[in-house]
Structures are given as C-alpha cells and as structure tokens.
Design a protein around this ligand. Structure first.
Ligand code: AKG
Length: 260
C-alpha cells in the first residue's frame, strides 16, 4: 500500500493517521486468540495496572527487566511485553509487507522495528483498568532524534466507552516548558496552557483491523474501560534507520529489525 500525498501531509501536520480496514478480520482474530491465551496465563514479561502506576521515571528510563513487579495471581494485566518473539503471528504482523511502504514514506528512511519499547499487546480490562494520562511516548525513550512512529492495531472495537486513544493534534511539533509536565512527565492538568490545548483533543472509534499511526511526540491518553469486555490492541514502534538508540540506554539494549 502507498499513501497519497494528502495522507502524508495529514500525518506530518496532525501527528497521526487512521488507516481503516488495514488488516483482514481473520488475521486479527488469529492474533487475538494467541493474545488471549497469553493474557489468560499471564505469560511474562507483562506489565500490570499497578506496575503502570507505580514505576518511576527512572525505572521506566533505565531498568531493562520488563517482568511485572506485582504478584501475578492478583494483578490485572495492562500489557504483554516483548511480543515480537512470543509468537509467529505477532512477528508476522510486525513485519507485514503491506505496511512497510507506508512506514517508509512517513519515516523517509529505511524502516527498523524497535523491540525495546512499544512491542506489546495493550489491554484495557473491564472494571479494574485505569485511565492513561496525557503523555508523549518519547519521554522515556533515548534516541538521536524523534523519527519514531507507533503502529496501533485495533483487535476489536475501540470507542469512548472502552478507552479509545485520544490525541492532541499537532502536539508532536510543539515546544513545551518543563512545568507543563508532572514528575512522571505526564502533561499536567493544573496548567492553564495545557487545558486549552486539551480542548482540541480528537479521537476516532476504531473497528477490528483499523490501524492508527502516531508520532512518538504526539500527546495522547485513553480512558479506563467502562464496558464488560476487555479492549485488546497491538502496538509496536518503528524508527528510521538513521535514528540511533543512544549507547548505554535501555533503548539500545534490545534487538532492532531492519525491514528490507
Ligand atoms: O491506555 C491506553 O490504552 C494507552 C496506552 C498508552 O498510550 C501507552 O502506554 O503509551
């Protein structure tokens, strides 16, 4: 698949792009089946809701071990991590032939999968999940520049009831003061400038097979899941080949896969 000039411009300007019906329902269902089995058995490495809440900025920036800090029996899984090597179906999606040219167009570079960060089945479980506050993914990542894009695949319906992603358009190109973020680098809700930006937020209901591409500096958030059904998505991140993980950082400690 090739993007039109308009689509490329929209991504560059807004910081995100929705590709409807990108992956066939049958493939999504196959991925979902495997994900559900791993979630059922809480196969490590996982991140629980509590992990997501308590991990400090330092922990998220430096610690390499992705195993959950919380007792498995009581935890609600927030995400299955390191999915590239978990199952052939996950790997195949991340290496999907149809999306490669799209990513190449947006990165304006050869496409490299980063397995250090988003490389996850992301969930929002009913009742026990929490909202995710406004943040830029890039905040805990260490790279030579910002040419990184996350690929979000909906494995079921995603809407305002179950915690669909919300974005602040154009925020990937904005410069912010330090005081606009809290100590964990979430976008502060007590800052007046932030509140007027948040009013511009956009979100789109997604169906199984829809993909959202978003820039690593785009501010985004998601509500908790207020329905009775888990919301399960797949998210991974790619970078341009010229973008380098900084030596000695956690970003540099995991394999990268160049997509020829
Ligand atoms: O809560 C969600 O589904 C969004 C998760 C997210 O944005 C993140 O972990 O970076």
């Amino acid at each position: 698949m090739i993007l039109t000039t308009k689509e490329i411009e929209a991504f560059n300007e807004q910081g995100f792009l929705v590709l409807r019906n990108f992956l066939a329902t049958e493939q999504c269902s196959a991925i979902l089946d495997v994900a559900l089995a791993h979630l059922k058995h809480k196969i490590e490495p996982i991140e629980s809701e509590v992990d997501y809440d308590i991990k400090s900025k330092e922990y998220r920036t430096h610690v390499r071990d992705y195993a959950s800090l919380e007792a498995k029996e009581v935890s609600t899984v927030r995400r299955l991590r390191q999915v590239y090597e978990r199952d052939i179906l996950f790997k195949e999606w991340m290496e999907n032939e149809k999306i490669r040219p799209v990513l190449k167009q947006l990165l304006k570079d050869e496409v490299v999968i980063t397995t250090a960060h988003h490389n996850s089945i992301m969930t929002k479980m009913p009742v026990s999940s929490k909202e995710t506050s406004w943040h830029q993914d890039r905040r805990y990542w260490s790279y030579s520049d910002d040419n990184l894009i996350s690929v979000w695949l909906a494995l079921g319906e995603e809407n305002s009831e179950n915690g669909v992603l919300e974005f602040i358009p154009k925020s990937h190109k904005m410069y912010f003061d330090e005081e606009q973020f809290d100590e964990k680098e979430y976008f502060s809700l007590t800052n007046k400038k932030n509140l007027s930006l948040i009013e511009r937020k956009k979100s789109f209901s997604l169906n199984k097979g829809d993909v959202v591409l978003f820039h690593c500096k785009l501010l985004h958030r998601a509500n908790k899941n207020s329905t009775l059904k888990p919301k399960i998505s797949f998210v991974y991140t790619v970078k341009g080949k010229r973008t380098e993980a900084l030596k000695g950082s956690r970003s540099a400690e995991f394999p990268e896969i160049l997509l020829d």
